[in-house]
Design a protein around this ligand. Structure first.
Ligand code: MRU
Length: 358
């Protein structure tokens, strides 16, 4: 029996059920994984904003989808609250901007909200609700297709390299498909090509330890978690042959903004002559951001204490917790996108989406 060309995603992090009038957004609460698989059912946009901020729903492509589906909730609320057209629109606009600004670094979120708003300009009532839901569904489809293409291009780029390092979580949990950085690894495993994933635990929120290991495990892909600082030593020992990570934003000059610690992985790959791949869909490339220096880097507060020091926190603990860092384009071997393998020094204009749906 022939195998399907692509495996099924090992997990579904988000799903809209129903129509725009009666529907709800279901989310897998990623803060509880891997201990508990709890589905949240959201009908209020403010609840969704809270979910985004506490990272129950997270990762660049999924944040875009949360924003797009969140607008459907926001429009319904605005209509249900009543009042004249001005009041309805003012209420909707306030909810839309709360969604767009819920987290600052991944471009996908604000871009998806803005693109949906552009697409429904001039529409009201039921027509606007239906159009917002259609936008979100279209974005979901495009992101799923992008994952499939990234899987194929990434599998080719990794040919001959079995021992692959990843940082943070850029898999099925952050997309409606196979993921970005993890997609090629799922495909290689599905084809029967030996692959083993070294998973940086990813301080301080442990997305690698909690989430990447969880979803690789569900798919049966062999993995080993290491502390973030262990990777360079393993590279020197010859245990790691390549690194592949996702991205929250890719700037016009090719700088990559991704989970804090990514820059260190890129430097270590460079020092050891290993390829450093960045896998991302077009919705993460942002021509409006010239370089990494122009990106607002989210600062977390108290995550170190919450995740790493529970029970033994010094009373006067002071921390600085940037959630992301910038990897300069010159350290990137290649971008793996739905348009194929791209050279950071020669990014085509076509990779910089002007619209989330274009
Ligand atoms: O803070 P998070 O968990 O939303 O961070 C996002 C990430 O997991 C990574 O930075 C990832 O590589 C980009 S999302 C494909």
């Amino acid at each position: 029996v022939a195998r399907p060309p692509l495996p099924e995603p090992p997990v579904t992090p988000l799903a809209w059920r129903g129509g725009w009038r009666d529907g709800a957004l279901e989310l897998l609460d990623q803060t509880l994984l891997p201990a508990e698989e709890r589905t949240l059912v959201r009908r209020a946009s403010a609840d969704l904003v809270g979910d985004v901020q506490r990272l129950a729903v997270r990762g660049a492509p999924l944040l875009g989808l949360a924003g797009a589906y969140g607008l459907v909730l926001a429009w319904r609320e605005a209509l249900d609250a009543g009042g004249g057209a001005d009041r309805v629109h003012a209420r909707f606009d306030a909810s839309a901007s709360a969604l767009a600004r819920a987290r600052p670094t991944a471009i996908n979120l604000s871009r998806a909200v803005e693109a949906s708003l552009r697409a429904v300009r001039g529409l009201g009532g039921d027509a606007r609700g239906e159009a917002l839901l259609a936008c979100a569904r279209e974005l979901e489809l495009r992101e799923r297709e992008a994952c499939a293409a990234i899987a194929r291009h990434g599998a080719e780029a990794l040919t001959g390299r079995t021992q692959v390092l990843t940082h943070c979580n850029a898999g099925a949990l952050v997309t409606p498909g196979l993921g970005t950085a993890l997609a090629p690894l799922y495909l290689l495993h599905h084809r029967g090509t030996p692959v083993h994933v070294w998973v940086d635990e990813t301080r301080p929120l442990l997305q690698g330890l909690r989430l990447t290991a969880y979803e690789l495990g569900r798919a049966g892909v062999p993995w080993t978690v290491i502390s973030d600082g262990a990777a360079p030593g393993l590279m020197r020992a010859g245990a790691i042959e390549a690194a592949i990570v996702g991205a929250d934003r890719i700037c016009r000059n090719g700088d990559v903004v991704n989970k804090v610690g990514t820059y260190a992985v890129a430097l270590a790959c460079h020092a050891h002559g290993l390829p450093f791949f960045v896998a991302a869909p077009r919705s993460t490339f942002d021509a409006a951001t010239a370089t990494g220096a122009d990106v607002e880097i989210e600062e977390r507060r108290g995550d170190v204490a919450r995740y790493l020091l529970t029970g033994s926190t010094p009373g006067d603990l002071r921390t600085r917790e940037p959630a992301f860092d910038v990897t300069p384009a010159r350290l990137v071997t290649a971008f793996l996108t739905e348009q194929g393998r791209l050279d950071p020094a020669a990014l085509p204009a076509s990779i910089f989406a002007t619209d989330a749906f274009a």
